[in-house]
Design a protein. Structure first.
Length: 250
């Protein structure tokens, strides 16, 4: 996961960190890149990415011209990174069937919003709240405005209740969860980043939240939690061409 940290950041100077400070820096640095990939695969497809998978999706040198550090994503804010990544993953990628199973092939935007919100935040949204959020006027980038729901439909490209439109909406919700630093999937992503931050390695798994979420082996306090009491993290380069990563010291 050599390039999981944003390429634009130069890293922190210093040889020795506490484990908590190292992980905190990783989580902050990865919000616009690694967290987009890990959260999207984890929430939309229920898959855990390996370090090689993260490199492909994030690294400028990973062989993917549309990686999250590429020119394609350079001008996107956090919300639009999540939105565009989610649309691609649901319409054309590995999350399509899981999304259909969760929200229906012909489900409504309102129902999808409420289900996704409950999963992401662990709380319910009333239909009135959903209508208000989707009806809110936002800039359309052309000197006018449109509703947030119309924006999702424009990005999704398949109508008000299409898979792409609903995926765009869920992508926006994932970004809101990350920005608020709330919810079980945000906790799971942070556990994943803590795990991969130790040695830059992670195994691909056919599950995500059950491995890294509450009660999982890799969750905070779980049997494979890398952040055990008294541990420290030192800042060490993994390869000559890669970004440096904190490593655990007893």
């Amino acid at each position: 996961m050599a390039q999981g940290i944003d390429a634009a950041r130069n890293g922190m100077v210093g040889d020795l960190w506490t484990y908590a400070s190292a992980v905190s820096w990783i989580q902050d640095s990865a919000k616009a890149t690694t967290q987009v990939a890990v959260m999207s695969y984890g929430f939309l497809a229920d898959l855990t990415l390996s370090n090689l998978g993260v490199d492909y999706l994030v690294s400028p040198n990973g062989g993917n011209p549309n990686n999250l550090n590429s020119a394609y994503y350079a001008n996107f804010n956090l919300e639009n990174r999540f939105i565009n990544f989610a649309v691609s993953l649901v319409k054309h990628g590995e999350a399509k069937q899981n999304f259909i199973d969760a929200y229906g092939a012909s489900g409504t935007a309102y129902d999808t919003f409420r289900k996704a919100y409950a999963k992401l935040f662990g709380a319910e949204k009333s239909i009135d709240d959903v209508i208000q959020i989707l009806s809110a006027e936002i800039p359309n980038g052309r000197g006018g405005t449109y509703t947030r729901g119309e924006y999702f439909a424009e990005i999704g490209g398949d109508g008000g209740n299409g898979l792409g439109t609903r995926a765009a909406m869920v992508g926006w919700l994932m970004a809101e969860a990350v920005k608020a630093d709330k919810g079980p999937y945000v906790d799971a992503v942070q556990a994943y980043l803590a795990d991969i931050g130790i040695d830059g390695k992670a195994a691909a798994l056919p599950v995500f939240r059950s491995a890294y979420g509450a009660g999982g082996d890799y969750a905070k306090g779980g049997p494979s939690d890398p952040g055990l009491p008294g541990e420290r993290a030192s800042y060490a380069a993994t390869t000559p061409s890669s970004r440096s990563w904190p490593t655990k010291a007893g």
